[in-house]
Design a protein around this ligand. Structure first.
Ligand code: PGA
Length: 256
């Protein structure tokens, strides 16, 4: 596998409640990143705070939590990939389970979003993950979600795709959640690369980055890099605590 620096993505979800809090958090995260050299860090605030947060980010890149596939038009309430790009967004989280569950996003909608984001030289962070803790092997849900999300892409666009293996049962806000094990994440990574190889040819499985999400903290992240062989992490709850997020980023920086 190619050796690339790690990527850590802060998914703030629908937090914090106000703009001042968002700007203050972004500033604190920036100061935590001062010593980082290699790690790529992305901060994905809620849509209304993308612009003010962009004005304080220096080291971290700007992310978004969703994007619509058309550039402009009669789509009330949506924000297009091009409008985000215009604000300086370069990473877009797509297919997050919270959107699949609460907003009924289908595999087909996610595929259209992935195609427009990846097709316009932005990075699509595609979340896949099973709803319930599997008894044995990685669930077939992961395969269905992944195949649907990237089926329409040309191989040359895989470099713009980051697959986040995020088991829904491991997300910190799910009742009874606990992080996945690095061993299981390792198996998920192998499985994801096998699917990509099957779809686009053996050499292609190295074109995508595979990262882990689900209750990532400063205490468990290193295991996902070493034993889990993950190339980064999508961080929800812990990304709202600048000091802890800074620790996660520094651990990722050491493992470049
Ligand atoms: P968590 O959220 O780190 O709070 O589990 C991750 C996510 O849902 O992206």
């Amino acid at each position: 596998m190619k050796t690339r620096g790690k990527i850590i993505i802060a998914n703030w979800k629908m937090n914090p409640a106000g703009r001042d809090g968002a700007v203050a958090l972004a500033r604190q995260i920036e100061s935590e990143l001062e010593e980082c050299r290699w790690v790529e860090v992305v901060v994905a605030p809620p849509a209304p705070f993308i612009l003010p947060v962009s004005q304080v980010l220096r080291r971290a890149k700007l992310g978004a939590q969703n994007a619509f596939w058309e550039e402009a038009g009669p789509y009330t309430g949506e924000t297009s990939w091009s409008q985000l790009k215009d604000l300086g967004v370069d990473h877009v989280i797509l297919g997050h389970s919270e959107r699949r569950i609460h907003l009924a996003e289908s595999d087909e909608m996610i595929a259209r979003k992935v195609a427009s984001v990846a097709g316009h030289e932005m990075k699509a962070v595609v979340c896949v993950g099973e709803r319930n803790r599997p008894d044995a092997d990685i669930s077939a849900e992961v395969e269905t979600q992944l195949r649907a999300a990237i089926a329409g892409l040309k191989r040359s666009l895989l470099k713009n795709v980051i697959v986040c293996y995020e088991p829904v049962w491991a997300i910190s806000t799910m009742p009874g959640s606990s992080p996945d094990t690095p061993d299981n994440a390792f198996r998920a990574g192998v499985y994801i690369r096998k699917i990509v190889a099957d779809m686009f040819g053996v050499a292609s499985s190295d074109d995508i980055r595979v990262i882990y999400g689900g209750s990532v903290t400063a205490d468990n992240v290193a295991g996902f890099f070493s034993d889990g062989n993950m190339e980064g992490a999508l961080v929800g709850g812990a990304s709202l605590r600048a000091e802890e997020f800074g620790k996660i980023a520094r651990l990722a920086d050491e493992k470049h």
